[in-house]
Design a protein around this ligand. Sequence first.
Ligand code: DQA
Length: 153
Amino acid sequence: MPDTETSREPLPILLLNGPNLNTLGVRQPEVYGSATLADVVDLAERTASELGFGLRAAQTNHEGEMIDLIHDARKQISGIVINPAGWTHTSVALADALVVPEVPIMEVHISNVHKREAFRHHSYVSPVAAGIIVGYGIRGYEFAIRRLAELVG
Ligand code: DQA
């Protein structure tokens, strides 16, 4: 008889993208590159699937909606990969929400925020993140999923 505990599929990884990331490929391509959000989701899906995980992906420009998505994910997911975009530098509420699911969180930034304006150097999310990937372009999402799989594996 199969052992249901060990043969159970892992819960999916939740990929979250914050405000303005729906415009990837159009907004400041010299900073964020030419790949689109669809490319990011595709890369994340392929990486998660290679590692035996499903992927749920969402992008929103509305902070309350992002917080609801995170609350609703409690007990539904293995971990979170999030690019909080502008909310990184402003949102205590987002950082508070991210601890609700009690799963590892990987914070991703496409650009090297530390090479940019001073207001981008501080992150409210980093203290609740298991790891941070900054400045690797969209490959950062792939690295974050690989690290998450290691952490929850
Ligand atoms: C970003 C960096 C943030 O400072 C910025 O507000 C973004 C994108 C990045 O991926 O490099 O929207 O998170």
